[in-house]
Design a binder for this molecule. Structure first.
Ligand code: GLN
Length: 329
């Protein structure tokens, strides 16, 4: 076992409530998640969502996403508010003393290829993170704008101030903490291993066993990439194949280009549901904490977002959103 290097991360996760046994099938594809996110501004009949979450009246719009990846995008016809134009806008200081990238808006950077946390549905970005961000924006009196980008561009967007918040099922890691400040954690993730049903790989130890030489598919720069690179590739025990989307790594597994995929448990379930002949091993690579990434300098906004998140955790809103997308088995 080569788990030493991730011990620090594991320790960092100990405070989190272990959700590892909860399992469940993402209901992303067949629930009303996307529609609930619609703002009153964009579609009035959807504005009065009858769903259970307490923050629905405050939900802001996720429709103005930048359609850079996998997003057919302009269904709402609001291209003028996509990030490209937004850059030229004046940053605004609110009455509460915080500044945002675009006045009156909370700009969220994400990678909408990570169901059920964020995915494109009906031209909009839906999912757990989109709903949480909408609830936070509502508390701050801001309209939510979501910019879709590669996962490894999110930190830079937050660092440069183009985005106010990076929300992407992002794990708190020591290296990332050098670049950004993380809010309190709002969810737990588990790195799991997806294999073909008849795979010789049966548990996490097989990957780093002596003489192992597997090709492991990951999403580039995610923690699955970071851990397997350290534990397996750097140790000369296998090769890592990096893809820009988790779904592409899973396709590579389907076609036999890689021997397994190491990825977060909830997207793993969503992807395995879509592709026949694959399974998720019971064994877990590591448990980790998801949080929002924020600019280190913008402390007033950090405080405001962190406080809003804490309130949304305390009043059960966040749990309600998680439960809506992740059903216990
Ligand atoms: N939790 C993983 C990470 O932070 C994957 C996140 C993602 O792919 N959106 O690296």
């Amino acid at each position: 076992m080569k788990m030493k290097k991730v011990t620090a991360l594991l320790l960092a996760s100990l405070t989190a409530l272990a959700m590892t046994a909860c399992g469940g099938t993402p209901t992303a594809g067949d629930n009303a998640g996307g529609a609930d996110n619609s703002s009153a501004e964009s579609s009035s009949e959807e504005g009065s969502s009858s769903e259970e979450e307490s923050s629905s009246e405050e939900n802001s719009s996720p429709e103005d996403n930048d359609s850079s990846e996998g997003n057919d995008g302009s269904a709402e016809g609001e291209g003028a508010e996509a990030s490209g134009e937004a850059e030229g806008s004046e940053a605004g200081t609110s009455a509460d003393g915080f500044t945002t990238a675009v006045e009156g808006k909370l700009t969220m950077a994400t990678n909408a290829a990570f169901p059920p946390y964020e995915y494109v549905e009906g031209g909009q970005i839906a999912g757990i993170d989109a709903e949480i961000a909408a609830a936070v924006a509502g508390k701050l009196g801001l309209e939510l704008q979501i910019d879709d980008m590669e996962f490894d561009s999110i930190t830079e967007a937050v660092k440069s101030g183009k985005a106010d918040i990076g929300l992407a099922g992002m794990t708190i890691t020591p290296d990332r903490q050098e670049e950004v400040d993380f809010t309190i954690s709002y969810a737990t993730g588990v790195q799991v291993i997806i294999v073909a049903e008849d795979s010789p790989i049966t548990n996490v130890d097989d990957l780093s066993a002596e003489g192992a030489n597997y090709v492991i598919g990951v999403q580039r720069n995610t923690t699955g990439d970071i851990y397997t690179t350290q534990d397996i590739e750097d140790a000369g025990l296998g090769t890592i194949d990096r893809y820009s989307k988790g779904a592409d790594a899973v396709q590579a597994l389907k076609t036999g280009k890689v021997d397994c995929v190491v990825i977060d448990n909830e997207p793993a379930k969503a992807f395995v549901n879509e592709v026949e002949g694959l399974k998720i091993l019971d064994t877990e690579y590591i448990t980790e904490d998801y949080a929002a990434a924020m600019n280190k300098e913008n402390t007033a906004l950090y405080e405001a977002v962190n406080n809003a998140l804490q309130e949304l955790i305390d009043d059960g809103t966040i749990q309600g959103i998680l439960d809506k997308y992740i059903t216990a088995e």
